[in-house]
Design a protein around this ligand. Structure first.
Ligand code: BGC
Length: 735
């Protein structure tokens, strides 16, 4: 109850208030009332008003009064202009608003979902799609994107796995850097740059049992070693904003977690941007059971380092009370306000409050530029992973009659996945469209057979009849776009509805069947993998889905996608990941008392890094450029790669390490670099993978970075399948 509050939450945690006071910020702070200050810390949401995105009369009033500093979910030249004008023309201090939105995998043009894009293992591509998205979002008045999502995810039950880069901290870190560079460019104030948000700090992917918003309880070691590196990489790359996660870590909600947001983020890493709460999360501190009312919630979040309250109203309603109760100081409020104002300065909003917006006049909607279809197609086809292939793919060019079956065969709205930005589903190329364009001579019959999730199998007979008459059968299966993303946890990570019944009926014909899977997570389908002639993971490919899938199925594009996660064989294996620690009793089929299951294998259906090509590569032995290294050194590991097949292709090489003896048991494999090499048929080349001494440090016994002398096993190969890795050893020596 409020009376007992003061002693409970608010002991000051060596809060350095971090005023970032440029002359403008200083002048404004001196002129602002308490309400105007809190206004800068208050984010409101746009909504449909009179058929167009805008703000409700009460939000408009609040903006005019200077009680709102930023908007979420409001974009478009006309809407942004109209609302910005309220702040500039009607508010006392005329401080411009900033507009924010979830530009997660594209804005107008929708690229593959981030998990799919991660499969491209291409920082260059990751950067270019972010850049393109930023350009489109900036034209629509957006200055802050709620991306990249950097939550390491090892539990496919958690639907938000779709939004991030998968299971590996090294990949997550490279993804973070590329996305921050792509969104922000060199200077945030220049047109086309959009501030990025590293979200959701931290360890959101570790929610208990994969259930969204559930509690997290992990060690400080795994927090630092697995979940935080991508955030640190984003900060080092200059990310302008960080969003706190919804859940608690061991009882301390991230939104009120001073250790995380102040000590680590600002203190250890020197982050000087803004921290935004997640949607409604400040007020939710009450439901978490760590604040008795919104005044306590507001105080807890502000003191923990949350600068902006996204829509929960806890700051505008609770902070004045918290101040009166002595739960927060004016200095703490000023520090947050100065960071927000500084952020607006960094965006160049004071010079140009309509920054980036398309069209100067602001009365007619400007003409939209066309979608960036070339980049969308490139990104989508690079994200597609060929999981199995007995030779049925690529489809023969003269493939006469093709049966294109399943609820995803012509499903424009399902191709975009979760978080579609300002993209329109109607602009998606369906698989049917794409395949027809790629194979104009083929007779393609499209039959859904069943709906994605419905109980009705009545259409299966027609699908089977169509398949019976066809020369090639392509089954398009998966989970609906809204079955992954936020609030989309699934306990059964398989095909919903009657899709299995449909697939089994088609497979029973005994014809070679190509299965194309659409999903925001790995789908556990061992029966399909065993019986289909080829299985393709297409994720949610975005606007160019149909063309990209057709490019891969026909061989017009030789697949390069590799799994950014371990694809489970059974739901009971979850969480599953390659970087497990050694056990005292490694799995041994002949010995019961070893680490395994009685009923399913310990290995995944497909390992991290897995992905086939239409050509075949062989690798030579890995050659380190030096057999010893010190902490400050960098060496390379070179490996000869030969394309033994008939077509040009690109191979992806992974460099893993294992620290053989250390003070902390180190994972059996840790990824340290990835290289790609493109080779013509019959050609050989040398791939170079880099290893720095710094990358060999790990949180030691006291959690400080440790660099320990001794042997490091190096492994090079095409996936984390240990049976097929080439090994060599180097020696670390003390600096
Ligand atoms: C999500 C965030 C998102 C925010 C704003 C929340 O529900 O967790 O990822 O950025 O909404 O849309």
């Amino acid at each position: 109850m409020p009376g007992s509050v003061e002693t409970r939450h608010v002991e000051t945690l060596h809060v350095e208030t971090l005023h970032v006071e440029t002359p403008r910020v200083k002048t404004l702070l001196a002129a602002m009332t308490l309400e105007e200050k809190i206004g800068q810390l208050t984010m409101a949401s746009g909504e449909m008003v009179g058929g167009r995105l805008g703000v409700t009369p009460s939000v408009a009033e609040a903006i005019a009064a200077g009680h709102v500093g930023s908007l979420l979910n409001l974009w478009g030249p006309l809407s942004v202009r109209e609302v910005q004008r309220l702040a500039l023309e009607r508010s006392r201090l005329k401080i411009p608003l900033f507009f924010s939105f979830d530009v997660l995998h594209g804005h107008r043009t929708v690229f593959p979902i981030p998990l799919g894009e991660a499969a491209a293992f291409s920082p260059d591509l990751w950067e270019r799609t972010a850049r393109a998205a930023a350009r489109e979002a900036a034209r629509d008045g957006i200055s802050l994107s709620y991306a990249p999502m950097l939550d390491l995810a090892r539990d496919p039950r958690w639907g938000r796995m779709a939004e991030g880069p998968g299971e590996d901290p090294w990949v997550g870190s490279r993804f973070a850097e590329a996305k921050v560079r792509g969104f922000q460019g060199d200077d945030l104030a220049t047109a086309g740059g959009v501030a990025a948000t590293a979200k959701h700090m931290g360890a959101y992917g570790a929610v208990t049992a994969g259930r969204d918003y559930a509690s997290i309880d992990i060690s400080e070691r795994s927090l630092r070693e697995l979940h935080l590196p991508a955030f640190k990489a984003a900060v080092d790359a200059g990310v302008a904003a960080v969003m706190a996660a919804f859940p608690d870590i061991a009882g301390v909600p991230a939104t009120g977690n001073a250790r995380l947001l102040r000590d680590i983020l600002r203190g250890e890493w020197g982050f000087d941007g803004i921290v935004v709460s997640d949607y409604g999360a400040v007020a939710e501190l009450v439901a978490h059971g760590v604040a008795a009312d919104i005044a306590e919630a507001a105080a807890l979040a502000l003191k923990a380092g949350v600068d902006i309250d996204m829509t929960s109203k806890a700051y505008p309603l609770g902070l004045p009370v918290a101040l009166a109760r002595g739960l927060v100081s004016m200095d703490e409020i000023d520090a947050a306000v100065s960071r927000v104002l500084r952020f607006k300065e960094r965006l160049g909003l004071f010079e140009d409050p309509y920054r980036g917006l398309a069209d100067g006049a602001g009365t007619v909607a400007p003409v939209e530029p066309p979608l960036d279809r070339d980049l969308a197609r490139e990104a989508a086809r690079r994200s597609i992973v060929l999981l199995t292939n007995d030779g049925v793919l690529p489809l023969a060019r003269e493939a006469g009659r093709i049966a294109l079956i399943g609820p995803f065969a012509a499903a424009a709205s399902e191709m975009l996945g979760p978080w579609t930005g300002a993209g329109h589903a109607a602009e998606s190329i369906t698989i049917a469209d794409g395949l027809s364009a790629a194979l104009p001579e083929a007779a393609i019959s499209v039959v859904a057979g069943v709906s994605i999730d419905g109980p009705d199998g009545a259409g299966i007979a027609k699908a089977v009849e169509t398949a019976r008459l066809a020369d090639a059968v392509v089954l398009c299966l998966g989970e609906a776009a809204d079955m992954s993303g936020e609030a989309a946890s699934r306990a059964r990570v398989d095909l919903p509805g009657c899709q299995r019944e449909l697939a089994e009926a088609v497979l029973a014909l005994g014809k070679p069947v190509v299965a194309v899977l659409f999903s925001g997570r790995p789908l556990i389908l061992p029966w399909l993998v065993a019986r289909a002639a080829a299985v393709v993971a297409a994720w949610f490919p975005g606007h160019e889905a149909g063309h990209a899938v057709a490019d891969v199925l026909t061989g017009a594009f030789n697949p390069v996608g590799r799994l950014p996660l371990s694809w489970p064989y059974d739901v009971g294996q979850i969480p599953i990941f390659y970087a497990e620690r050694p056990t005292g009793r490694p799995v041994d089929a002949a010995n019961r008392y070893t680490s395994k299951y009685l009923d399913v294998p310990t290995t995944p259906q497909f390992p991290f890094g897995h992905g086939l090509s239409y050509t075949r590569f062989t690798l030579g032995e890995p050659r380190p450029t030096s057999p010893v290294m010190k902490r400050g050194d960098q060496i390379f590991v070179e490996v000869e790669v030969t394309n033994e097949g008939q077509v040009a292709g690109e191979e992806t090489l992974f460099l893993f390490i294992h620290d053989v003896v250390a003070s902390i048991a180190r994972p059996v494999l840790e990824l340290k670099d990835v290289a790609k090499i493109s080779l013509l048929p019959g050609a050989s080349g040398t791939a170079r993978l880099a290893l720095t001494g710094e990358a060999l440090t790990f949180p030691g016994l006291d959690l400080a970075p440790a660099f320990e002398a001794g042997d490091i096993a190096l492994f090079v190969g095409v996936s984390a399948d240990r049976a097929h890795l080439r090994r060599t050893t180097i020696r670390l020596i003390d600096p």
